[in-house]
Write a protein that binds this ligand. Structure first.
Ligand code: GFB
Length: 309
């Protein structure tokens, strides 16, 4: 990419897309194209075709997706499959038709089988059954990887894929029904502190383990891969370190300064027991994360308080 390359960030208002936007602006890129979902509905084939025909982007970061935490994935199963397939099909196909030089497709660590060996190596894809709560989302993301590969095989397109671990950062979703665990816990402990409640209710048993990557690190890795990776398949993006949900809860409780109890609601699902990324492929390419989870949560909590709801 050159500083005057035309770059389209699909999903620039989301947590991931906005982080990629900040990174490209910081690097001095001048021709970044963005469209809100009101201006361009990426599920609309004709609208996407018209947009690509007019704008002719040279590079595409495909960060637009319907995303959510464990309950949202399970409740809106049809939307997670339908919306994500439409968005990625339209953007990838139009990128091919309009001679995009390179496209980066973003997925998620939930593409791996529920009981795959840990840490998760890229080669474990499609070696077992998926976690049921997020199967529709995972199927859509697997289709996206395979679509990039197929367009590379059949048409010679330089379309690559990256699979980030669980992410957090500015512009996250703090809606308690649809969010991921980290923003949900920040909000729950913050509100518990303000109203001096005796206990904060958390979901599941607290025993599952998760890996957390700050979205600014993810954006940095995406930029790195756009410049350095040109192969089939995909690359895991993570830290290679995980903690239990219980440990995460204790850490956020301490950062927020909440002194009450934790009340685990085990009628809510735990999801995958563990999904720790093997990040050897990425580190061998020359990239490493920078933001430690405690430091990241501290900065996110400051951001949350500055926007309080
Ligand atoms: O982050 P999360 O919603 O999604 O939940 P996944 C992670 C773990 O935290 C689960 C527990 O074991 C939850 O039961 N948890 C505890 C909570 N308290 C809460 C709470 O208040 N809110 C939430 N949301 N969780 C998603 C997938 O899985 O991860 C997506 O469904 C995607 O497809 C995403 O891959 C990255 O990590 O389980």
């Amino acid at each position: 990419m050159n500083k005057d390359s035309k770059i389209y960030i699909a999903g620039h208002r989301g947590m991931v897309g906005s982080a990629i936007h900040r990174k490209l602006q910081k690097e001095g890129f001048q021709k970044i194209i963005t469209k809100t979902s009101k201006e361009l509905d990426l599920r609309d084939q004709l609208a996407v075709a018209d947009f690509f025909d007019k704008e002719k982007p040279e590079y595409v970061f495909l960060a637009a997706a319907k995303v959510g935490g464990i309950l949202a994935n399970n409740k809106y199963r049809a939307e997670f499959l339908y919306d994500n397939l439409l968005i990625q099909n339209n953007v990838i196909h139009q990128s091919y038709l309009n001679d995009v030089t390179k496209l980066l497709f973003l997925g998620s660590s939930c593409i791996y089988p529920k009981l795959a060996p840990q840490p998760l190596k890229e080669e474990y894809l499609l070696t077992g059954k998926l976690e049921p709560t997020n199967e529709p989302y995972a199927i859509a993301k697997i289709a996206g990887i395979k679509m990039c590969d197929a367009y590379r095989d059949q048409y010679g397109c330089n379309f690559i894929s990256a699979m980030p671990t669980n992410l957090y950062g500015p512009n996250d979703n703090y809606d308690l029904e649809t969010s991921h665990v980290l923003p949900a816990l920040i909000r729950k402990f913050h509100e518990g502190k303000l109203s001096n409640t005796e206990a904060v209710q958390l979901w599941g048993t607290g025993s599952p383990k998760r890996e957390f990557l700050h979205v600014d690190d993810l954006a940095d890795a995406c930029y790195f891969l756009m410049n350095n990776f040109n192969e089939k398949g995909f690359v895991n993006i993570g830290t290679g370190i995980d903690i239990s949900i219980k440990e995460l809860a204790e850490l956020i409780k301490k950062i927020v300064g909440y002194f009450g109890k934790l009340d685990w609601d085990d009628s809510k699902p735990d999801g995958t027991p563990r999904k720790l990324m093997n990040v050897d492929k990425l580190t061998n390419l020359g990239w490493n994360y920078k933001i430690e989870v405690e430091e990241g949560i501290l900065s996110v909590y400051e951001d949350f308080k500055s926007k309080v709801f």
